[in-house]
Design a binder for this molecule. Structure first.
Ligand SMILES: Cc1cc2nc3c(=O)[nH]c(=O)nc-3n(C[C@H](O)[C@H](O)[C@H](O)COP(=O)(O)O)c2cc1C
Ligand code: SF4
Ligand code: SF4
Length: 447
């Protein structure tokens, strides 16, 4: 049976599934029960200094639902912990003592002053926690006070604070990145320059999920007003994966350990983050939607998949997808595909025809010999796969690679590989074909 245990920055946990810093990790009562259900570790809800923050006393969540009312995206305007620092520290120490085999990371957010960081790090050191995560991510409330994403959006601040933390603590330092930035590589590079041991990403995305058309105010609405919140849940996974991939393949951050966060709901989501190089994954919305027990399906699913594939440990497949993320210009233009419809599976709904007819390349019939029938016209099909994505029947439409002459262009398809760098239409074309830089080497085992 697959071994799910991980060692991330030397922090051991029985599996890669950690609860992200958020309500599920806000108190001993929660974390205790999370560990009973099998979570490998937690990042404690972010601690601050001084008097605890005050949350709104009305609704703090908004949501986007699918047609079946399944939650796709969650928006929140919650701040960091609103419980006292002493209470949190006491509970952290007790939980760590009771659960020595689980990872205990403490998330921190204090003003951008060295003294503040030094003071809180000293207190965390005494709890026996395994590491700290610097919350440079919250996009609401705290950012207006010069913390959270207000720090995470300025690489110089990230570098400076990471350096202070490394100076004033013996614990591994993880910098949690905000996605509310144009290019995630800059904050990641800054974290590395500051000496951070790892980055975690993503925190929530600035968002307004909806406008209440009766009150003409954003939701959640507090006495007629709303403010932007932080978006998370399944809807943000694609954004998170892209950002993780960017860091994984940036020569300046190759090998920088990463903890992946954003929309992880199933073992498959987790495996995708790990395949891009993440050493652990963190989960918030899935636990808030389905409860702590959801980890059981995550661990059993991942374990079964690893057994099926012959992966003994997480390291056996970690980072394997990173070298296959490339720039558009290196994609193979000699890879020509056509859609193929399985007539036995087709239920004649007509969606593929409408999509292709109205917005693609008029390459699917709706009538053949006076009968309702959906067939691909190879002479028109550009292989875009829009029809695959709109078809309600899985595997009814598939894409097939063709060789020889492309019936659409009438031109021979080059053998093997050819990319944009030498294409005649490329005004910047080169004499000889350029290839993607050497594949990203697998990150070092995150010990
Ligand atoms: C209600 C709520 C509160 C959160 N509070 C924090 C926090 O205090 N510190 C932090 O670093 N992230 C916080 N987050 C962000 C999560 O840790 C996580 O980065 C984000 O939700 C993305 O993961 P998910 O898609 O699994 O929810 C919070 C998220 C939610 C929904
Ligand atoms: S792959 Fe694109 S062009 Fe071809 S049939 Fe499907 S939608 Fe039309
Ligand atoms: S969308 Fe799929 S099921 Fe519907 S007509 Fe096209 S191929 Fe058939």
């Amino acid at each position: 049976m697959a071994d799910l245990s991980t060692s991330f920055l030397g922090i051991r946990s029985p599996n890669p599934f950690w609860l992200a810093s958020a309500p599920p990790t806000d108190k001993e009562y929660n974390v205790q029960r999370a560990f009973e259900q099998g979570w490998g570790g937690v990042v404690w809800k972010t601690l601050g200094e001084g008097d605890p923050v005050v949350n709104v006393n009305g609704p703090r969540y908004g949501a986007i639902h699918g047609p079946d009312r399944r939650l796709l995206g969650l928006n929140n305007i919650e701040l960091i912990t609103d419980r006292s620092l002493d209470t949190n520290l006491e509970e952290i120490a007790r939980v760590k003592r009771n659960w020595p085999d689980r990872a205990m990371i403490v998330s921190l957010m204090v003003p951008c002053e060295e003294d503040s960081w030094q003071r809180i790090l000293k207190m965390v050191d005494q709890t026996g926690a395994d590491g700290v995560e610097l919350n440079f991510g919250c996009p609401h409330g705290m950012s207006e006070r010069g913390m959270g994403s207000a720090v995470g959006q300025v690489p110089e601040y990230i570098e400076m604070v990471a350096r202070w933390c490394k100076q004033h603590s013996r614990l591994p330092v993880i910098v949690k990145l905000t996605p509310n930035i144009t290019d995630i590589r800059y904050p990641a590079r800054a974290a590395k320059r500051g000496g951070a041991d790892a980055v975690s990403l993503i925190n929530t995305i600035s968002s307004i999920v909806s406008i209440d058309l009766d009150h003409f105010a954003p939701t959640p609405t507090i006495d007629g007003k709303g403010s932007h919140g932080g978006y998370c849940g399944p809807a943000v996974k694609p954004i998170a994966l892209n950002m993780v991939a960017e860091i994984a393949r940036d020569p300046e951050t190759w090998g920088l350990p990463m903890s992946g966060i954003g929309g992880i709901t199933t073992w498959r989501d987790a495996a995708e983050f790990i395949a891009l190089g993440c050493g652990t994954v963190q989960v918030c919305t899935a636990a808030m939607t389905y409860g702590f027990k959801v980890v059981r399906e995550m661990t059993s699913g991942l374990s079964e998949w690893m057994d099926e594939k012959g992966y003994r440990t997480i390291e056996d497949f970690r980072g394997r997808a990173a070298p296959n993320v490339t720039d558009w210009q290196y994609l193979n233009l000699a890879y020509v595909t056509k859609a193929r419809i399985d007539q036995d599976l087709c239920i004649s709904c007509g969606r593929c025809h409408i999509a292709c007819e109205d917005t693609s390349h008029q390459a699917i019939t709706n009538m053949v010999d006076g009968r309702r029938r959906f067939e691909v016209i190879d002479e028109e099909c550009v292989g875009c796969n829009l029809c695959v994505n709109v078809c309600p029947v899985e595997n009814c439409i598939t894409m097939e690679r063709i060789a020889g002459v492309d019936p659409r262009t009438g031109k021979p398809i080059p053998d093997g590989y050819s990319n944009w760098t030498i294409h005649p239409n490329n005004p910047m074309r080169r004499e000889t074909m350029q290839f993607a830089p050497e594949p990203v080497r697998l990150p070092d085992a995150a010990e």
